[in-house]
Write a protein of this length. Structure first.
Length: 353
């Protein structure tokens, strides 16, 4: 793949593109031009993301042979939402070139002990030459909405001829399997109910349900509970049972999984490395296009074209991910609307009392 120059557009022009897209006040022509600038900035993160993903895969497999590793470039709607986000009712100040998670890679470990071991041995005591800028341990200190994972942000630095990418930011996430199941279930509900539960927006009933379930899952892993949830197991489980009945969670999730029609070309393609996932929640179908390593440039361009086509339409979603073919559905079950693992754990809660 040819180099994608992050400096093709100046930082001021790149940040201005972010303002245009997040303001929603510009003409269609201005928005399309801004999307081109954003897509170049996002695509330029591909190479440093590969470097971090390769290392993450190698070190995580040393600890856990069943680990899942994947990478993704952040979706345009998620970028715009983050640029628009306000904290404590203050004016949004995030700039596109400051965003820390445009490029992300993730390891899903079999259990929380292995997740912490990976974190401690290779990211606390590791030999990374890249500068660590940020670190959040949401396993020890879970977010108030129930999200649990470890986030690390690094500034890429190369002394091997790839200095064009120096300074770009990459986020590394480490989580356990059950934490991953919870997070992808949140995204699945978000897709089909049109709510941004992942961003702590949406109906209070759904937000409260996932917050309570996160604490129940934390009990399974002997981890700290989510702030503001009952510490008594019986009280917690009975509250979840009540919320599940009100929202009809299991029935809805099973219906979404059953109804989804997947159209893919991944069968028999063991050399596929990238996958473009295009979800249509109106027709309830998922189109999957696979690409080899040599087709990365085409994959990134197809991703940009797909997002232009669905720009501003919440019923559609697209994401380009990198994962082994055998790991794709496990790493991104939310795009397959597969909540079977979540339902399995939820039933353990519902059946206890």
């Amino acid at each position: 793949m040819k180099e994608i120059d992050p400096g093709k557009f100046s930082k001021s022009k790149t940040d201005a593109a972010g303002v245009i897209l997040s303001s929603g006040k510009s003409s269609k022509e201005e928005q399309i031009e801004a999307l081109d600038v954003l897509n170049n900035w996002r695509a330029s993160h591909s190479y440093p993301m590969h470097i971090f993903k390769k290392r993450l895969k190698n070190v995580s497999e040393k600890i856990d042979k069943n680990t899942l590793s994947a990478q993704r470039l952040k979706r345009v709607p998620s970028i715009i939402k983050k640029l628009h986000r306000r904290y404590n009712e203050k004016k949004a100040t995030m700039k596109l070139t400051q965003m820390q998670d445009i490029a992300g890679c993730r390891a899903v470990m079999s259990d929380v002990e292995l997740a912490k071991k990976l974190y401690n041995e290779y990211y606390i005591k590791g030999d990374l030459k890249h500068k660590k800028l940020n670190e959040k341990d949401y396993i020890t200190y879970p977010k108030r909405d129930g999200y649990r994972s470890i986030h690390l942000v690094y500034r890429y630095n190369s002394d091997k001829g790839k200095d064009i990418y120096n300074g770009l930011l990459v986020e590394v996430q480490i989580r356990s399997k059950i934490q991953h199941i919870w997070a992808t279930a949140v995204e699945t509900v978000g897709f089909f109910t049109g709510q941004a539960i992942k961003s702590n927006e949406g109906e209070e009933e759904w937000k409260e349900f996932f917050k309570l379930v996160s604490s129940a899952f934390a009990r399974f892993e002997h981890c700290p509970l989510v702030p503001g949830t009952p510490t008594d197991e019986k009280e917690l489980y009975l509250l979840i049972k009540k919320k599940e009945k009100t929202l009809n969670v299991i029935s809805k999730m099973k219906g979404w999984t059953t109804s989804l029609k997947a159209f893919d070309d991944i069968k028999g393609k063991k050399n596929a490395h990238f996958f473009l996932l295009e979800l249509d929640t109106i027709q309830e179908k998922l189109i999957i296009t696979s690409y080899t390593k040599q087709q990365e440039e085409k994959a990134i361009q197809d991703y940009a074209d797909a997002e232009k086509k669905i720009y501003g339409r919440k019923e559609y979603d697209a994401v380009l991910v990198g994962a082994d073919t055998s790991d794709l559905k496990k790493a991104y079950p939310n795009y397959f609307l597969d909540t079977r693992e979540f339902i399995k754990y939820l039933n353990k809660i519902l059946d206890k009392y």
